[in-house]
Ligand binder design. Sequence first.
Ligand SMILES: [Zn+2]
Length: 199
Amino acid sequence: MVGQPKHLSDLARIEADVRITCRECGFEEDWQRDAFARHLFALGASQVWSEITRALRCRRFGCGSTNLRAAAVPFARRAANMPRRVGRLDAHLLDTAMKVLEQAVHTSRGRAVATLELRLALLVVYRYSHDRDGVRHFWQRASAADRTVDDGLVEPLRSIRHRLVQAGWLAPAILVDVPRTWPWNSPPPSGWLVAEEDG
Ligand SMILES: [Zn+2]
């Protein structure tokens, strides 16, 4: 089938389940088509595909978002909420792109770091995260030389990483290394953060 289904019943022909994904927290839930049809019927909700998530809420405890996405998933694909199997090339590309971003963050204090290299890294990130705002936010800040400490790149980088982790492209940091801060005026060795001064 090309494109999106028009109606829930279209899924009978392609033998697919429905996966509801929360855009807020990333929680996924798989429904068999029949069970999902009964659920929608009980709610009095439409089975037209473009309206299919309207009556639903994220069922993860404490979330309840109504910002959901429905997708048809062929049988026997990866189970809901299982980490995506990331190919070696994808992992390598993203890893390198994230290193470029981290380097930019380290060297960005008080100057613009909007290099071609950074642009390429952000395009790679966008390829996987589809997070237009996050990528644009990082680029805009990287382009501004007169940033204050509060407008730094640390927070945009954190949000980009969060999106990639949520989407299953990056492994979540279970054991987070606390970055070491270089206390002297000399250039820090790699892996060390420059000490932030006030003002
Ligand atoms: Zn949610």
